[in-house]
Design a protein around this ligand. Structure first.
Ligand SMILES: C[S@@+](CC[C@H](N)C(=O)[O-])C[C@H]1O[C@@H](n2cnc3c(N)ncnc32)[C@H](O)[C@@H]1O
Length: 285
């Protein structure tokens, strides 16, 4: 795709293939399939089927409707957990499949292109950025998410964030929305990984969980009928814990705000000393 911060990705950025060598996937939700293997639910050159791929998430994205949850397996829900914070953590499928709301729009207004939306889901943000003329790429392990992103006019790549990504080190903004700091279950590892993806001086906009939480969980995706996928590691971080994790991973926290009870942090990847920032507004450095 032209205009993205990588030279040639001859096939569309959306193709479910990855010419890059496998990378060690610390906490990654998927692992790469050996080139010679060809069995079961594995797809040609795609990630091995796993969480978010072969569970009720795909069905929910197909219909655009929940209810859908992350069920906590371990540790058990804290006693006196607030509604929706207990054993079943609701996934906001309808909101993700709708157009961006006012809170999302506030985040989009802060985006400096090119934008990488990590765990883009059905692509409401990627599509909205494209409609604004901001170059944006979504990455997601879920084929259903990638397909839906493309259908709404966004560009998406089916890949784990822990695998090699196009334009590493050159993205102007990285998005980690809707609790995606939980991807892989090790937020410091994820944020450190994203530090290598973002351009020096660029920003990462991350949505924290409500409240003062810092949880490392094993969960599974589950629907209202108890149909579920495989267990996987996840994390839930409120703004304070997210700030701590970000600073440990080498980000500077430059802003913090809450809109309609959704807390956000703006992080900056410090530029090398004496160097101007690489990213310019709306993808035009
Ligand atoms: C909580 S949902 C967030 C939905 C999304 N932000 C949206 O706008 O709809 C988490 C998303 O992250 C994706 N995901 C999980 N592990 C991933 C990984 N290792 N790399 C990239 N995406 C991943 C899932 O497939 C899912 O779409």
């Amino acid at each position: 795709m032209s205009g993205m911060p990588y030279d040639t990705d001859p096939a569309p950025a959306c193709r479910p293939t990855d010419p890059a060598p496998a990378r060690r996937s610390t906490g990654a939700a998927v692992r790469r399939r050996p080139r010679t293997a060809a069995a079961g639910r594995q797809e040609p050159d795609g990630p091995v089927a796993g969480p978010w791929i072969d569970d009720p998430y795909a069905h929910a994205l197909g219909t655009g409707r929940g209810p859908l949850y992350l069920r906590r397996l371990t540790p058990p829900a804290p006693p006196h957990a607030a509604a929706g914070e207990g054993r079943l953590l609701p996934l906001d499928v309808e909101r993700w499949c709708a157009a961006p709301d006012a809170v999302d729009t506030g985040v989009l207004d802060r985006c400096t292109g090119p934008v990488l939306d990590v765990g883009c889901g059905p692509g409401r943000l990627v599509a909205a950025l494209a409609a604004r003329g901001v170059r944006a790429l979504g990455v997601d392990v879920s084929p259903a998410a990638v397909a839906r992103t493309r259908r709404r006019g966004g560009t998406a790549l089916r890949r784990s964030v822990f695998d090699r990504l196009p334009g590493e080190g050159r993205w102007g903004t990285v998005l980690l929305m809707d609790g995606n700091v939980g991807i892989g279950g090790d937020p410091v590892a994820l944020l450190a990984r994203l530090r290598t993806v973002a351009a020096p001086g660029s920003r990462l906009l991350a949505e924290a969980a409500r409240g003062d939480v810092d949880e490392h969980l094993t969960v599974r995706v589950e629907d209202a009928h108890g149909r579920h996928g495989r267990p996987f590691p996840w994390a839930r971080l409120g703004a304070t814990a997210l700030r701590r994790a970000a600073e440990t991973a080498g980000w500077s926290v430059t802003d913090r705000w809450t809109a309609q009870e959704r807390p956000f942090l703006e992080l900056r990847r410090p530029p090398p000393p004496g160097r101007p920032t690489a990213a310019g507004r709306h993808g035009h450095p």
